[in-house]
Design a protein around this ligand. Sequence first.
Ligand code: GDP
Ligand code: MG
Length: 749
Amino acid sequence: MSVTLALAGNPNSGKTTLFNSLTGLNQFVGNWPGVTVEKKEGALKDNKDVAIMDLPGVYSLSPYSLEEVVARNYLLDGRPDAILNIVDGTNIERNLYLTTQLLELGIPVVAAVNMIDLVDKKGDVLDVEKLSHQLGCDVVRVSALKGTGVREAAEKALEAARRAIAPSPAFAFSNGAERALSSVADLMRPKLGQEIPEARRRFFAVKLFEGDEKIAERVAVSDAAALAAVREKAERDFDDDAESVITNERYTCIAAIVRDCFHQKSDSKVSASDKIDRVVTNKWLAFPLFALVMFLIYYVSVTTVGAWSTDWANDGLFGGGWRFFGIGTADYQVAVEASTSGAPDPADFGLWIPGIPSLVSDGLRWAGVSGWLRGLIVDGIVGGLGAVLGFVPQMFVLFVFLAILEDCGYMARIAFIMDRIFRKFGLSGKSFIPILIGTGCGVPGLMASRAIENDRDRKMTLITTTFIPCGAKLPVIALIAGAIFAGEWWVAPSAYFAGIAAIISSGVLLKKTWLFSGEPAPFVMELPAYHLPTASGVLRSAVQRSWAFVKKAGTIILLSVVAVWFLSSFGFEDGKLTQVEDLGDGILAHIGRSIAWIFEPLGFGDWKAAVATITGLVAKENVVGTFGILYGFAEVAEDGAEIWGPLATSFTPLAAYSLLIFNLLCAPCFAAVGAIRREMNNWKWTLFAVGYQTSFAYFAALCVYQYGTLLTTGTFGTGAAVALALTVVFAFLLFRPQTGAFRSIRTAV
Ligand code: GDP
Ligand code: MG
């Protein structure tokens, strides 16, 4: 017999952690709501017949957010054999609110009181027996993180599924409310021949009483007027609307249950977590601290530790190999300087371990592989892919930092801090969660926008999320910071803050148009207690994300670099397709030249940069891969020179920075555009998003280059004039008062 267990609980109650522990899978554990928007399925680790469903985190079973709808429909229609309800023991009142609703579904329930390690540490005492009696279901003490009670919870849930007995709670609402509910229950009739299961009658009665339209589609009512009369009477008696009546009843029951079963140690000692929060979420310190943290992360992962590891990989593994200095080094330098006919062979001057390009190249030559194929493999695949893979160590370092921030609980605070700033502009902090997730990869970030109920805010979030530098943009940042700016400290962090600035200014600007105007939605989220990140959790997340890049390198990026190599090294001579000597004669060079004028005002009207930007639309790593091929050719020679040397001579710092800004902010990669399309569910909006992003990027890069040129050389040309005019328009859109259209809509309503 196969059994299905559904994991249900509040956001951040530890569902995913428990899911991973039960299934041995590696679902992403996020520290904010919206991460698990879709339900995920896995099999129990030591019993493959048991399927486990990780449902999105919800606070209730009302139909107000997509997550609630997903979770609720699954519970109603998916017929899990039992529900494993995860209750955050450190926040028991609020978590039991969902529990009281789950108990009404007529599905066997086992309550796992999670974070019991924290409960114990605080000195609070939970009476499992009493709670079990009150809820009418089994209760287990669990720490998903530490692994305690996990097995027992699974066993209890399996047993409950086998017995298939609906929970029988010992608590009840007040007499008045119960009477109203039983009157509603009497009016319920099966719809479309669908019998109402006896054990689920209460759930439906409550929902009909609350006026839940989605449930009204499932259950018929014999007398609609009588239902309305019941509700009206109750609303009069309780002096509240029907939904609030039920909410109050639930909280009254919960208060009694908690009083009975949970003994909170009544000390007024402030927890360490609260102490940290006083500083971290302090009105004045919060934002500077956040800026400092992100600055350090980008600085360390791109400029210091990251750069060392990447230099090792780029210049050694995928470059000229490693030379061991000492014997013969000085002689080698002398020989390099004296040489007029190419670099001398370093192997003659000391110990030298060749890098991959020369190994592959020698191997292929030795095997007698023909010239063009050698070119494809060495210059195209090794050159292009190597350029991308060389940055994996750096990405890994970034991902480790991000995982630590997520795991310890800081990321959740950032959304909270951002809410304060966003609210001033009419945005909600909820919009920042997709952006935080987008720091790893834009696609899950975009998906997380589903947690935003307000459709306008959700659309706006979809438009701005990919402004944040994702992992794939890191190589582009690292390349420019390293090759052009010699690792200057401000370059990499500035890329991150440029993304944030783009998001905030776009948010303000768009919010003022009639398309997006409206009040910000309230933002409620759990701030989980800080805890030390676990090494295994951090590593798992960093390895997973890095591995995704390596896989991508083996597929889409491999295809792209082969295409780039082919198009760049073949051209038409006398109407025939032949391999060209000089890449400047290749097909790609022609294409690049025909579009390069577009980027001329931005300072990088060079065909190679134009081509790299275009290939970046397929995947952002391609920018680096394309540069690897277009600038790397000469360098794969075995002279041990830095592979990015030639790039530095081709760009002024200003042009390179403008190139960086444009590539960071313009239309995201195909995968992300696809995700925007899926989430918008509309091509027009998708085109609007991509068009807006690209125009914004063009404007930003134009300003960087033109104002930069103006400041450094003092020349004021057409470009600067255009930039100035656009800046005035931009400033107007940004600082004008809320649109008249918005006001007229509001007065019309
Ligand atoms: P979900 O939103 O319900 O899926 O929750 P997650 O599984 O993503 O967990 C939210 C946070 O709580 C993560 O930072 C977890 O590491 C942490 N967490 C989960 N279970 C426990 C636990 O038993 N004890 C402690 N101290 N932390 C936990
Ligand atoms: Mg989750």
